[in-house]
Design a protein around this ligand. Sequence first.
Ligand code: C2E
Ligand code: CA
Length: 757
Amino acid sequence: MAATVLPLGMISTGEDPIGTAWAWLPTILLTGVAATACRRAATAPGLHPAVARLWRSLAVTLLLVGLAKIADARRWLTDPVQAAEGRRDLPTSLCLALALAVLLWALLRLPADRRGRRERTARFVLDALIMGVTILTFGCYAASRTSAPISLRTATVPALMVTLAGLIVGLALIKVAMTGLGGLDRGTVRWFVAAGLIGPLGRWFKPLLAEAAPGLGGGQLFTSLTMVCVVFAVDRQLRAAGVPPRPVRQRPYSVAPYIAVAATDGLLIRMGTQAGRPALIVALGAVALTLLVAARQIGALRENERLLQRVDQSLLELNDSQQELTHRATHDALTGLANRELLNQSTGKALAARNGAGFSLALIDLDDFKAVNDRLGHPVGDALLVAVAARLRGCLRADDLVARLGGDEFGLLLHNLTGSDATDVLDRIHDALHRPIHAQDHELLVRASIGLAESWPQATQEELLRRADLALYAAKDAGKGQHAVYDAELGRDQAADAQLGAELRQALKAGQLSLVYQPIVRLPDGAWTGLEALARWRHPVRGSVPPDVFIPVAERTGLILPLGMWILHTALRQFSDWHAEFGTAAPHSISVNVSARQLREPAFAADLDHALTRSGVRPDQLIIDVTETVLFENRLALKGLHQIAEMGVQVALDDFGTGHSSLGLLRTVPAGTVKVDKSFIDGIGGHSAEAVIATALLQIAQGLHLNAVAEGVETEAQATTLHRLGYRLAQGYHFSRPLPSEQIHHHLANDTARQSA
Ligand code: C2E
Ligand code: CA
């Protein structure tokens, strides 16, 4: 054995076939080591499954290569002549073909990067062609330098095959680098490219090597080098495991084609030098040309890159303005808080997360905000809203959302907050708002009503909002500056409301509703001057349902519109009948109660006119009773009231004195009568405060030439006192309870009979 073992499987073989066969041993061992290393790399943590699969396939590939090398070594022992010619037997070729197939299959199964795929593919194919042509040029040059003629039997064809295979693998590896998969380190890919290129290059340079160092066995040397590269690649992969890949720095152009051009230019010059002066001149010209074209191309590519950078910059700016627009679309311009849209979005997200449960939604409504706007002007109102927004924000945690829903309405989304924790926040809000707020030189005291609803598993946005809304109304009902939390009872009230509404609709059709009439009398003799129509509902199961209960339900459900028209028509027809029958002995006026919902209806005045015409009652015989709270809350209702006043219909302010702007209203409402509330009449005896107020109210009414009616007179003493105070009109149980139409008829008939007698 004349083999001398050199490091890394470089083995001097001499002419001894057995020695050559043994010389393959280190190469085979190295291949085994590389295969094992690849197997290990497949288990590196954090690897993309596709990359792990690639490593496993590589291990199989190398195993197959190892087998081919063993077969090669065996051939040197059994058939040294063929082996020396470089021909392979079938098992070896099969192993190698299989190895290549496994590797290619694994590489092709890697998912490709979607972005700019067509351009990348085109560039990739061009680069591949450039590299292929360059390698081929050098290969042919190297082959032509050897003395052996190019023949299919010599190493040229196998060298071409290996080159092709290596190229395919190398290019496939470049594709891997382009896939941008996490886990496959770029250093690893470089080592692979080196491994893929060593084989083909080695093949071509084998003759040159044989010329330069006749003792070195090229095959072993290059295969061993390939395996060393693979081992380095594995090492890089293992070290890169778990470390996030560095972002790829994109060059505007690939250097590979230029290296190829430069190398070929070098070759051209060398050949030109050898071939004489004219050839050298042509070669130099060609080289200069390629360099100029390359320079021009690089210039164009750089310019392209600058353009792209500018586009990037514009995109960034576009993005900024888009964000600005999104902010505007989701925020309130005045307070800077989120708007209803954003609150809805966030509620939707909160519901989607964690199955909907575990957070609370609150709705806030400022009490009497409208009065601030009306009396102090909108700038003060705006300043107040801004200050309230700041106070609200100050009461919440950073991740809670506070939104302005419009006007004086706000919404809160309290994440992970329910039960007493949530109501604690509401207490904090009440406290914060109760401190005086400074708005444009005004010290204002604000109070808010708050309704809160907790989310529940499988909650829907609509239902959650509805519950919060219900709670808000309950809070408002409870008085100012209160909060209410939705509970099942509130829900039941609501359901009961809906039920009663449905039954009321039926009642109207089924004739369960009727009117009773309470006389308005003259003091001191008690003669009837007018009648007030009051609605009654005799329910087949519930019995008598008081109007205090069913009128609000009718208002909430909108049923008050048909119901109100029915009341108006019935009362007017009745009144007109009595007039026809009893003439001047019948009362002079008929009062009908009307709610805000009816007054807001644009057609109300026209409907009323129609009802008057149909019944033949004169407008001045009809008195419309409205409560002052109704008017204070609603401009539209006030407009409706002016329309009917213009028709000549009288307007009476009901429950006068109980609202908070009674006197103010007298300036804006076209009222002809005030009905002083029962609460002042109740305590009227002696020198009580009520007596003082009742007297003052009467004086104001007289000063403004209004009629004053004392409501709820229950005793003789009250009637006497009221008369002494100056009241000339009264209404109450003391004179008569509200009576059904038959009894009114009976009374009128008796009266007429008495008078004629
Ligand atoms: P209101 O307009 O203030 O009607 C007067 C209420 O006081 C009536 O109650 C009447 O029965 C009651 N009342 C009269 N005199 C006395 C008295 O001496 N002592 C006491 N304790 N009560 C007295 P009612 O009929 O139950 O009506 C309650 C409220 O329901 C009415 O208050 C009115 O606001 C509303 N309402 C009744 N009928 C109608 C209607 O047809 N349409 C509308 N929109 N509301 C109506
Ligand atoms: Ca009334």
